[in-house]
Design a protein around this ligand. Structure first.
Ligand code: G6P
Ligand code: MG
Length: 216
């Protein structure tokens, strides 16, 4: 008997690969401030909020900015980022993602989105899968960043399922930690060497099935 009653999905890196757009926008910002920003550094920003990402980038560039200046810079980066995601198409959904979320629904399992991104809704609209989720909790609805479990607890609450009966799909270490802190199961999307705390690690949702939920 399957006890999983809800699946909660992170967006960036699980449903779509927006890391490349974040990278281009942050790099443009860093370059405009006179320093470079590498793909390795971008990796460290997965699951990290916009404000915190900027703090880290400024730190790596050895630059200090006031809070007001940081707000302007974060807005500038987001404008460039939005310009890019505005062109996203349904074919950018990662392999198997749409199919697995749909198979959850077919099996009577609730589905929720739990993302730090304030641009979640726009991305879901562009790729045409807003209706696949029973609840959408994004960066506009939470005040505490992952690894705090707030985003996932709100997702569980919104679909009326106890945390212990939820499983979270995440590509970021902080996201896996948030799921565990919330008393949920966690499936990592990525490498087992990195996502060591997850109950199961797969390379993508194309490797997931309803049957595998029983093994968690
Ligand atoms: C996700 C991404 C992060 C991003 C954050 C905030 O967690 O993995 O790289 O910084 O969302 O996204 P936003 O679209 O609100 O800037
Ligand atoms: Mg992510």
């Amino acid at each position: 008997m399957n006890s999983i009653k809800a699946c909660i999905f992170d967006l960036d890196g699980v449903i779509v690969d927006t890391a490349v757009y974040h990278y281009k926008a942050w790099k443009r910002l860093a370059n405009s401030l006179g320093f470079d920003f590498t793909e390795e550094q971008n990796e460290k920003l997965k699951g990290v909020s916009r404000v915190r990402s900027l703090e880290l980038i400024l730190q790596w560039g050895g630059i200090t900015k006031t809070a007001a200046e940081q707000e302007v810079l974060a807005t500038e980066k987001n404008t460039w980022y939005v310009e890019m995601i505005n062109h996203m198409k349904p074919d950018e959904i990662l392999p198997g993602a749409k199919e697995f979320v749909q198979s959850c629904r077919d099996a009577g399992i609730k589905t929720a989105l739990g993302s730090a991104s304030k641009n979640s809704m726009m991305i879901l609209e562009k790729i045409g899968i807003v209706d696949l989720f029973d609840a959408i909790i994004d960066g506009n609805k939470v005040s505490k960043a992952k690894p705090d479990p707030e985003v996932f607890l709100k997702g569980a609450e919104a679909v009326g399922v106890a945390p212990a009966d939820c499983v979270v799909f995440e590509d970021a270490i902080a996201g896996i930690q948030a799921a565990i802190a919330g008393g949920m199961k966690a499936v990592g999307i990525g490498s087992p060497e990195v996502l060591t705390e997850a109950n199961l690690v797969i390379s993508g949702l194309d490797k997931m099935s309803i049957e595998k939920l029983d093994e968690l």
